[in-house]
Design a protein around this ligand. Structure first.
Ligand code: 8NA
Ligand code: MG
Ligand code: MG
Length: 345
């Protein structure tokens, strides 16, 4: 499709929900045999009920708040977004939220709160969360703002409502940037795509807070750049095992151990691979590969889904998968509304 087409917008939001819903099955599992993954996905195709039986988790619950806030306010409004996160959590607390973020969401519900960024800053002795909870809901920022500078700015601020550690909010910025570039068609040239992400993150991680957080956590000087260089190395190899992806990039709940992983999954699955059925297109390969990693599968598949969906468009997502996932139809409607907002800005 053409850059920023409606099909790409729908693909991004719907595949994110599908990744979350179908990925939930393997969340927290150790490395899953591809056979088991393919059986699970096959089961969706043969499911004739098709009545949204796979529930979405915190990833989609919070992304829906981001979408509704951007649409209602016609842009970023931190008070409104924080309020929606808190309300959503209190209405459905059982969606699988991270253990720490729950405290933030409870504090955000207070009507006396003057600074909505304060509860996030109080996490982990004032160091803030580095979890992937900011990144898992970052895709809508790429659909809400045409300008790259705004995508970066607002994805970061949106994440800071719960994640004040730079490794948390920079993961969100990177995820939103990957979706933004993919919407423009940048995955047609995978080498340039990864180089652009590295160049952008080199600047982002130049910052003092990023340097001090990385030092405190005993990470490389520019942790996301370092991981993206690993992605670039792995991309150049003809075969990459699941074990290598896990050991080089990670499959965990930290943004650093999941956002570069999601980006790699998309890049690795651009071409057909032996381990997948021949009938699979790129979107199906991407989701299947994410699930086979085990670990934080719902979130990695959700993030990779958004990037891949923005590349392949809505037609690439099997109807049978969409029908099984709670919230997928809503995401499709929201994508259309965001597309209109994007064109007005
Ligand atoms: P979060 O902010 O609570 O962070 C998640 C976890 O990361 C925390 O519970 C801590 O264990 C750890 N953590 C984060 N920052 C620090 C820090 N500065 N120092 C020490 N430990 C820290 O929640 P979130 O919104 O970032 O959520 C992250 C993931 O957890 C999401 O993928 C979500 O789906 C959820 N989750 C994951 C699993 C799983 O098995 N992978 C299970 C349930 C929930
Ligand atoms: Mg989740
Ligand atoms: Mg998760």
């Amino acid at each position: 499709g053409s850059p920023a087409s409606l099909s790409r917008f729908r693909g991004a939001l719907v595949a994110a929900v599908v990744g979350d819903c179908v990925g939930g099955e393997f969340e927290g599992a150790e490395e899953v045999p591809m056979e088991t993954v393919l059986r699970h996905l096959n089961g969706l195709e043969n499911d004739t009920k098709g009545d949204a039986t796979l529930e979405y988790s915190d990833d989609t619950a919070m992304a829906r708040c981001v979408v509704q806030s951007l649409l209602t306010r016609g842009g970023f409004d931190e008070q409104d977004m924080a309020h929606r996160f808190a309300k959503e959590y209190s209405a459905s607390p059982g969606r699988g939220y991270g253990a720490g973020v729950i405290q933030v969401l409870k504090k955000l519900a207070s009507p006396h709160l003057s600074d909505v960024y304060q509860p996030a800053r109080e996490q982990y002795n004032g160091r803030g969360s580095f979890g992937n909870g900011g990144a898992m809901r970052a895709a809508p920022f790429a659909l809400g703002f045409p300008e790259q500078a705004n995508v970066k700015k607002f994805a970061r601020l949106g994440a800071m409502l719960t994640h004040s550690c730079s490794l948390g909010y920079n993961g969100a910025l990177l995820q939103a940037l990957a979706v933004h570039l993919s919407l423009q068609g940048a995955l047609e040239l995978p080498q340039q795509f990864i180089s652009k992400l590295i160049t952008e993150m080199e600047n982002v991680e130049e910052d003092d807070a990023a340097r001090s957080d990385a030092r405190f956590l005993k990470e490389a000087d520019k942790p996301f750049c370092e991981r993206l260089y690993r992605v670039k190395d792995l991309m150049g190899r003809s075969t990459v095992s699941i074990e290598e992806v896990i050991s080089e990039l990670g499959n965990g709940i930290a943004a650093l151990h999941s956002v570069p992983t999601a980006i790699f999954c998309v890049l690795h699955c651009l071409e057909p691979r032996e381990c997948f059925p021949e009938s699979y297109g790129g979107l199906e390969r991407t989701i299947a590969f994410c699930l086979a990693l085990g670990g934080d599968t719902d979130t990695i598949a959700c993030m990779a889904g958004a990037i891949a969906g923005a590349h392949y468009g809505i037609q690439a997502i099997p109807q049978s998968w969409i029908k099984c996932c709670e919230g997928a139809e809503d995401a499709d409607v929201s994508a259309g509304q965001l597309h209109m907002l994007y064109q007005q800005l």
